[in-house]
Design a binder for this molecule. Structure first.
Ligand code: ADP
Ligand code: ADP
Length: 228
């Protein structure tokens, strides 16, 4: 179970005069699927990276459940992340790619096996476990990347433009897959995209950002009904 709270969060890079993210306030509920949408450079990735602990927070506070995470190292956050460039290890099998993080954490072999097989089942890639990434299609590879992320049963799942390298048809198919995956594993999710259709079709709630600032937060229906 994971609730995420942003309390007056600001981000300034180095000696920049302007904030990449300004006065960001948001509460994300347990198991919610929230989409951050907005044009390139509006601060979506920066915000996501602050949740992951990959960027420092300049001002304000961030909480997961009731724990303040401002200074918590990334490895101590129970978070999984998938990016656009989901580099799989080319010389490892799909099984080993998914198992890798669990091996690093010295999980017992039989538990690794249970977790890998469960993730593979959820993503319907069981039949590919012994293949190498180059023997897979783009969509199958993206599913392996998702498998690698969910195999640890994280509390929070962060996705940054995970589908933007896929062709249009596959992108639409993978949207559905990700929604199904979210329903099945029920993990609190933040999904970043600049694609409005993707935002509208995927999010329980949509956070519209511009120039580092939240412009609107609403359900897809609420956003849709706004005059434009
Ligand atoms: P988005 O994800 O919406 O495209 P970003 O969060 O990547 O936006 O960027 C927000 C702003 O912060 C942009 O002006 C961008 O140039 C700046 N920015 C992002 N990363 C860095 C960085 N590592 N160093 C300096 N400025 C950065
Ligand atoms: P053992 O202890 O006999 O070596 P493991 O505990 O490594 O067995 O494996 C248990 C299960 O996990 C077996 O079904 C095995 O096929 C599977 N398995 C383990 N490692 C891999 C791998 N790298 N690729 C595919 N399947 C694996």
């Amino acid at each position: 179970m994971a609730r995420i709270l942003f309390n007056h969060v600001y981000k300034k890079y180095g000696k920049d005069n302007t904030y990449a993210v300004k006065d960001f306030n948001l509460e994300i509920h347990d198991k919610e699927f929230v989409v951050f949408v907005g044009p390139s450079g509006c601060g979506k990735s920066t915000t996501l990276r602050m949740v992951a602990g990959l960027e420092d927070i300049s001002e304000g506070e961030m909480f997961i459940n009731d724990e303040k995470i401002n200074d918590l190292p990334p490895k101590d956050r129970d978070i999984a992340m998938v990016f656009q460039n989901y580099a799989l290890y080319p010389n490892m099998s799909v099984y080993e790619n998914i198992a890798f993080g669990l091996r690093l954490r010295k999980m017992p072999k039989h538990e690794i096996d249970l977790n890998v097989r469960r993730a593979a089942r959820v993503l319907e890639i069981e039949q590919f476990l012994l293949r190498k990434p180059k023997q897979l299609s783009g969509g199958q590879r993206q599913r392996v990347a998702l498998g690698r992320a969910i195999v640890r049963n994280p509390q929070v799942f962060l996705m940054d433009e995970p589908l933007s390298n896929l062709d249009a048809k596959l992108r639409v198919q993978m949207r559905t897959e990700i929604i199904r995956l979210h329903k099945q594993i029920g993990v609190t999710t933040i999904y970043v995209t600049h694609d409005q259709t993707e935002a509208m079709t995927m999010g329980n709630r949509i956070v519209v950002m511009k120039d580092g600032v939240i412009q609107q937060v609403d359900t897809p229906e609420g956003i849709y009904n706004l005059p434009n």
